[in-house]
Write a protein that binds this ligand. Sequence first.
Ligand code: NI
Length: 207
Amino acid sequence: MAILDVVQIGHPVLWEHAKEVDASEIVTPETQQLVADMVETMRAAPGVGLAAPQVTKSIRLFVGEALPSKRRPDASPMELLVIFNPVITVLDRTWNEDWEGCLSIDRSGMWGKVKRYQRVRIEGLGPDAQPVVRELEDFHARIVQHETDHLDGILFFDRIYERLKKREQPVIASFDNYTHFYRTNKADQSSTMATEASDTQAADTEH
Ligand code: NI
């Protein structure tokens, strides 16, 4: 196991459309090692998601996990998800707007207020190359939308650009300014996760 370097915005690999992974490639020792290293890297960051392009592998793979912590003992957990070739189906098109960070956008903490769908189904192949299907909502749905975006070369900046131009509301902030000016006291999970992520100045919804 090894902690991998996470590349930052501006690295060309983050703009590529990542390649599908054949089932026969998933079970190779090399790919299994990559999965193990990505899980370790995500947990060490700490982050709640990590996509293969962020560690310079332009393949359709991400890992995600959100666990209760000392700070959030009641948070609903998202157990470890390792998924290749994920396809998202939107189940509830209600926009869920909240702040998120990304391990590839300034580790010191540049955050964006991003609209994501409320509820989605994600389907793909697991680390054993067998089908995986999960239905997720709220913060967990946010995680998989953020990570799947990485596989299409999309960063959260791309998702806030139009609203940034309209100047209707602040949609980008350093983490310190997000906590100072925009963090609400609502007890919803996204906010508490964002709060926790701030403690280490590094988080990914994906990130
Ligand atoms: Ni990210």
